[in-house]
Write a protein that binds this ligand. Structure first.
Ligand SMILES: [Zn+2]
Length: 94
């Protein structure tokens, strides 16, 4: 099992032609499971479709955080205040 961290961001008015994603627009931090069978097929970059709390993961920004130890939290410590309680509970109960 592998967990990816996804950031639900504030919808920002981005000028047509592109723009920079503004840090600080985080609304919540969600978790999603990647399918082990998908990973073994060596396409781990395929984004999951749903977060653990059932939100649409495809509209979210993927965070590059990876726990360095099994005992580490699934989310980056500096973003603890934004952790989705339902995703967190789902991981604790698994
Ligand atoms: Zn969530």
């Amino acid at each position: 099992m592998s967990i990816v961290v996804l950031m639900e961001t504030e919808p920002l008015e981005v000028p047509s032609g592109g723009g920079n994603w503004a840090p600080g627009g985080i609304r919540a931090l969600h978790a999603a499971r990647t399918d082990p069978s998908v990973i073994e097929d060596s396409v781990p970059e395929d984004p999951p479709e749903r977060t653990l709390c059932g939100a649409d993961a495809r509209a979210m920004e993927r965070h590059g955080y990876q726990p360095e130890q099994p005992s580490a939290t699934w989310y980056p410590q500096n973003l603890e205040g934004w952790v989705c309680a339902r995703c967190d509970a789902a991981l604790r109960n698994s």
